[in-house]
Design a protein around this ligand. Structure first.
Ligand code: IMP
Length: 186
């Protein structure tokens, strides 16, 4: 239930503070899709979406890209607290598509510490792709713990926990069409 930006979930009241509205997201996704289409024209590209958070972004992104693409998904889980990445990562869904000599573009919802992507890049490189680049909806650039270069970032944020547009907190809020900062209300 959402009432004026407030939402009651299992007796915890949270406030949703707007970060990006639907139109802003639409424009950012269209702009990044154009850059990708320009950069990869005349070459084969495989987009690898990171489940579950990137599924909405991936669906919108591929419909704005104007060159042929192939897609696949991986799922990763990080153990530990649900709002802070623990760095201990486990692959829970493997790729099914052949990546040998292909240009791979990872599609991620948020790059935070970068530890998830570091693990994923190593995994994908074992399939001997031609190149591996990163496209992220949100780049939390100040929180990086490992050197990860986000080649295509729709939007950069400093800090805070965000939800909506496929991004969750404990499996909630993925259905929201816009992106919000989540704040607990005492
Ligand atoms: P990293 O390994 O620290 O870069 O964490 C990346 C993953 O943590 C993302 O794919 C998200 O699943 C999750 N994550 C990081 N920040 C947030 C957030 O603000 N909201 C929801 N999930 C987040």
């Amino acid at each position: 239930m959402i009432v004026h930006g407030l939402r009651l979930e299992k007796n915890i009241m949270t406030e949703l503070i707007p970060v990006l509205n639907e139109n802003e997201i639409k424009k950012l996704v269209a702009d990044i899709a154009k850059n990708i289409s320009d950069d990869y024209k005349d070459s084969e590209i495989v987009l690898i979406g990171v489940l579950k958070g990137a599924f909405v972004f991936m669906a919108d992104l591929i419909r704005k890209i104007t060159i042929p693409v192939k897609i696949d998904f991986v799922a990763l889980s990080s153990y530990g607290s649900s709002t802070i990445s623990s760095g201990k990562i486990k692959l829970t869904r493997e790729i099914e598509i052949d990546l040998k000599n292909k240009n791979v573009l990872i599609v991620e919802d948020i790059v935070d510490t970068g530890l998830t992507l570091k693990y994923l890049i190593n995994y994908l490189k074992s399939f001997e792709p031609k190149s591996v680049r990163i496209c992220a909806l949100l780049d939390k650039y100040e929180r990086r713990e490992t050197e990860i270069n986000v080649d295509y970032a729709c939007h950069r944020i400093k800090k805070g926990f965000v939800v909506g547009y496929g991004i969750d907190y404990a499996e909630n809020y993925r259905e929201l069409p816009a992106i919000y900062h989540l704040r607990n209300v005492d």
